[in-house]
Design a protein around this ligand. Structure first.
Ligand code: SF4
Length: 204
Protein backbone atom coordinates (compact mmCIF):
# COMPACT_ATOMS: atom_id res chain seq x y z
CA UNK A 1 0.00 0.00 0.00
CA UNK A 2 1.27 3.45 -0.88
CA UNK A 3 1.96 6.04 1.78
CA UNK A 4 -0.71 8.57 2.59
CA UNK A 5 -0.21 11.71 0.47
CA UNK A 6 0.05 14.97 2.42
CA UNK A 7 -3.41 16.26 3.30
CA UNK A 8 -4.44 19.12 1.06
CA UNK A 9 -6.63 21.96 2.23
CA UNK A 10 -6.96 23.37 -1.26
CA UNK A 11 -7.48 21.53 -4.54
CA UNK A 12 -4.90 21.19 -7.29
CA UNK A 13 -5.44 23.62 -10.19
CA UNK A 14 -6.89 20.74 -12.23
CA UNK A 15 -9.35 19.75 -9.49
CA UNK A 16 -10.21 23.39 -8.77
CA UNK A 17 -11.13 23.85 -12.43
CA UNK A 18 -13.42 20.80 -12.45
CA UNK A 19 -15.06 21.74 -9.13
CA UNK A 20 -15.63 25.27 -10.35
CA UNK A 21 -17.27 24.00 -13.53
CA UNK A 22 -19.43 21.46 -11.69
CA UNK A 23 -20.58 23.98 -9.09
CA UNK A 24 -21.62 26.39 -11.83
CA UNK A 25 -23.37 23.72 -13.91
CA UNK A 26 -26.90 24.37 -15.16
CA UNK A 27 -27.01 21.64 -17.79
CA UNK A 28 -30.25 19.95 -16.74
CA UNK A 29 -31.89 22.79 -14.81
CA UNK A 30 -35.17 22.41 -16.71
CA UNK A 31 -35.60 19.05 -14.92
CA UNK A 32 -34.72 20.28 -11.43
CA UNK A 33 -37.75 21.46 -9.42
CA UNK A 34 -35.60 23.37 -6.92
CA UNK A 35 -33.03 24.50 -9.47
CA UNK A 36 -29.34 23.61 -9.68
CA UNK A 37 -27.43 23.33 -6.43
CA UNK A 38 -24.58 20.88 -6.96
CA UNK A 39 -23.49 19.21 -3.72
CA UNK A 40 -20.06 17.60 -3.87
CA UNK A 41 -16.75 17.93 -2.08
CA UNK A 42 -13.18 16.80 -2.68
CA UNK A 43 -9.56 17.72 -2.15
CA UNK A 44 -6.66 16.39 -4.18
CA UNK A 45 -5.31 14.24 -1.33
CA UNK A 46 -8.54 12.22 -0.91
CA UNK A 47 -7.93 8.47 -0.98
CA UNK A 48 -11.52 7.30 -0.61
CA UNK A 49 -14.37 8.44 -2.82
CA UNK A 50 -18.02 7.92 -1.89
CA UNK A 51 -20.37 7.80 -4.85
CA UNK A 52 -23.99 7.97 -3.77
CA UNK A 53 -27.18 8.83 -5.65
CA UNK A 54 -28.36 12.44 -5.49
CA UNK A 55 -29.17 14.98 -2.77
CA UNK A 56 -32.56 14.86 -1.07
CA UNK A 57 -34.32 18.06 -0.03
CA UNK A 58 -32.50 18.24 3.31
CA UNK A 59 -29.11 18.01 1.64
CA UNK A 60 -30.24 20.48 -1.04
CA UNK A 61 -31.15 23.00 1.67
CA UNK A 62 -28.00 22.59 3.75
CA UNK A 63 -25.54 21.99 0.92
CA UNK A 64 -23.96 19.32 3.14
CA UNK A 65 -23.86 15.84 1.59
CA UNK A 66 -25.25 12.92 3.61
CA UNK A 67 -26.61 15.35 6.20
CA UNK A 68 -29.62 13.13 6.83
CA UNK A 69 -30.69 9.77 8.27
CA UNK A 70 -29.06 7.90 5.37
CA UNK A 71 -25.81 9.68 6.18
CA UNK A 72 -26.08 8.63 9.83
CA UNK A 73 -26.38 5.02 8.74
CA UNK A 74 -23.53 5.34 6.24
CA UNK A 75 -21.25 6.78 8.96
CA UNK A 76 -22.24 3.86 11.19
CA UNK A 77 -21.37 1.41 8.40
CA UNK A 78 -17.99 3.12 7.99
CA UNK A 79 -17.51 3.49 11.75
CA UNK A 80 -16.56 7.14 11.23
CA UNK A 81 -17.51 10.20 13.21
CA UNK A 82 -18.69 13.33 11.41
CA UNK A 83 -15.29 15.05 11.55
CA UNK A 84 -13.57 12.16 9.77
CA UNK A 85 -16.42 11.62 7.33
CA UNK A 86 -16.45 15.28 6.29
CA UNK A 87 -12.68 15.64 6.03
CA UNK A 88 -12.55 16.16 2.27
CA UNK A 89 -8.75 15.95 2.30
CA UNK A 90 -9.32 12.25 3.01
CA UNK A 91 -12.78 11.44 1.65
CA UNK A 92 -14.27 12.84 -1.55
CA UNK A 93 -18.07 12.82 -1.69
CA UNK A 94 -19.33 12.82 -5.24
CA UNK A 95 -22.85 11.61 -5.99
CA UNK A 96 -24.13 10.32 -9.34
CA UNK A 97 -26.31 13.40 -9.65
CA UNK A 98 -25.09 16.56 -7.93
CA UNK A 99 -28.48 18.32 -7.70
CA UNK A 100 -31.81 17.39 -6.14
CA UNK A 101 -33.76 15.61 -8.90
CA UNK A 102 -37.31 16.03 -7.54
CA UNK A 103 -39.98 13.64 -6.29
CA UNK A 104 -41.20 10.58 -8.06
CA UNK A 105 -45.04 10.54 -8.19
CA UNK A 106 -44.91 6.90 -7.06
CA UNK A 107 -42.97 7.87 -3.91
CA UNK A 108 -39.35 8.61 -3.11
CA UNK A 109 -36.99 10.85 -5.02
CA UNK A 110 -36.30 10.63 -8.73
CA UNK A 111 -33.12 8.89 -9.86
CA UNK A 112 -30.00 11.02 -10.29
CA UNK A 113 -30.15 13.05 -13.49
CA UNK A 114 -28.60 10.91 -16.24
CA UNK A 115 -26.65 13.85 -17.70
CA UNK A 116 -24.58 14.40 -14.58
CA UNK A 117 -22.21 11.50 -14.01
CA UNK A 118 -21.09 11.05 -17.66
CA UNK A 119 -20.23 14.75 -17.79
CA UNK A 120 -18.53 15.23 -14.43
CA UNK A 121 -17.25 11.93 -13.06
CA UNK A 122 -14.49 11.27 -15.64
CA UNK A 123 -12.79 14.67 -15.13
CA UNK A 124 -13.27 14.49 -11.36
CA UNK A 125 -11.81 11.00 -11.22
CA UNK A 126 -8.85 12.15 -13.32
CA UNK A 127 -8.27 15.06 -10.94
CA UNK A 128 -8.29 12.77 -7.88
CA UNK A 129 -5.19 10.64 -8.51
CA UNK A 130 -4.82 9.48 -4.90
CA UNK A 131 -8.19 7.74 -4.65
CA UNK A 132 -7.64 4.02 -3.99
CA UNK A 133 -11.14 2.97 -3.03
CA UNK A 134 -14.45 4.01 -4.53
CA UNK A 135 -17.48 3.17 -2.46
CA UNK A 136 -20.40 2.49 -4.81
CA UNK A 137 -23.48 3.28 -2.78
CA UNK A 138 -26.56 2.01 -4.59
CA UNK A 139 -27.46 0.73 -8.03
CA UNK A 140 -26.75 3.90 -10.03
CA UNK A 141 -23.14 4.17 -8.88
CA UNK A 142 -22.67 0.44 -9.45
CA UNK A 143 -24.12 0.64 -12.96
CA UNK A 144 -21.87 3.55 -13.90
CA UNK A 145 -18.58 2.29 -12.46
CA UNK A 146 -18.93 -1.49 -12.84
CA UNK A 147 -20.55 -1.53 -16.28
CA UNK A 148 -20.89 -5.08 -17.58
CA UNK A 149 -19.36 -6.58 -14.45
CA UNK A 150 -22.39 -5.43 -12.42
CA UNK A 151 -24.69 -8.36 -11.64
CA UNK A 152 -28.38 -8.60 -12.43
CA UNK A 153 -29.49 -7.32 -9.04
CA UNK A 154 -28.01 -5.03 -6.43
CA UNK A 155 -28.00 -7.93 -3.95
CA UNK A 156 -25.94 -10.09 -6.32
CA UNK A 157 -23.53 -7.25 -7.03
CA UNK A 158 -22.98 -6.57 -3.33
CA UNK A 159 -22.78 -10.33 -2.61
CA UNK A 160 -19.89 -10.53 -5.11
CA UNK A 161 -18.06 -7.56 -3.59
CA UNK A 162 -14.72 -9.39 -3.53
CA UNK A 163 -14.70 -9.44 -7.32
CA UNK A 164 -14.45 -5.65 -7.44
CA UNK A 165 -11.65 -5.26 -4.93
CA UNK A 166 -9.41 -3.33 -4.49
CA UNK A 167 -10.78 -0.44 -6.56
CA UNK A 168 -14.49 -0.64 -5.74
CA UNK A 169 -16.72 -1.71 -2.92
CA UNK A 170 -20.47 -1.88 -3.69
CA UNK A 171 -23.07 -1.38 -0.96
CA UNK A 172 -26.83 -0.87 -0.87
CA UNK A 173 -28.08 2.66 -0.34
CA UNK A 174 -28.34 3.24 3.43
CA UNK A 175 -31.86 4.71 3.29
CA UNK A 176 -34.70 3.47 5.50
CA UNK A 177 -35.61 1.16 2.63
CA UNK A 178 -32.45 -0.84 3.24
CA UNK A 179 -33.60 -1.90 6.74
CA UNK A 180 -35.50 -4.90 5.36
CA UNK A 181 -32.67 -5.68 2.93
CA UNK A 182 -30.19 -5.78 5.83
CA UNK A 183 -32.41 -8.23 7.71
CA UNK A 184 -32.63 -10.50 4.69
CA UNK A 185 -28.91 -10.29 3.97
CA UNK A 186 -27.09 -10.58 7.29
CA UNK A 187 -23.85 -11.50 5.49
CA UNK A 188 -23.51 -7.79 4.56
CA UNK A 189 -22.97 -6.70 8.16
CA UNK A 190 -20.91 -9.80 8.99
CA UNK A 191 -18.62 -9.93 5.94
CA UNK A 192 -18.70 -6.67 4.04
CA UNK A 193 -18.76 -4.04 6.77
CA UNK A 194 -15.68 -5.31 8.64
CA UNK A 195 -13.69 -5.25 5.37
CA UNK A 196 -15.08 -1.84 4.46
CA UNK A 197 -14.06 -0.42 7.84
CA UNK A 198 -10.58 -1.92 7.59
CA UNK A 199 -10.01 -0.55 4.10
CA UNK A 200 -11.27 2.93 4.92
CA UNK A 201 -9.32 3.16 8.20
CA UNK A 202 -6.13 2.12 6.41
CA UNK A 203 -6.61 4.77 3.73
CA UNK A 204 -7.65 7.84 5.69
S1 SF4 B 1 -27.58 17.59 -11.80
FE1 SF4 B 1 -25.50 17.62 -12.62
S2 SF4 B 1 -25.77 18.00 -14.83
FE2 SF4 B 1 -27.68 18.65 -13.81
S3 SF4 B 1 -27.38 20.85 -13.34
FE3 SF4 B 1 -26.76 19.68 -11.51
S4 SF4 B 1 -24.53 19.48 -11.78
FE4 SF4 B 1 -25.36 19.99 -13.82
Amino acid sequence: MSENPPLSSSPSPELAEVLKGARACHLCEEHLPLGPRPVLRAQSSARVMIVGQAPGTKVHESGIPWNDASGDRLREWLDLDSDSFYDDGRIAIVPMGFCYPGRNPKGGDNPPRPECAPLWHPPLRAALPNVELILLVGQYAQGFYLGKSKKKTLTETVRNWREYQPDFLPTPHPSWRSTMWLKKNPWFEKEVLPELRLRVKALI
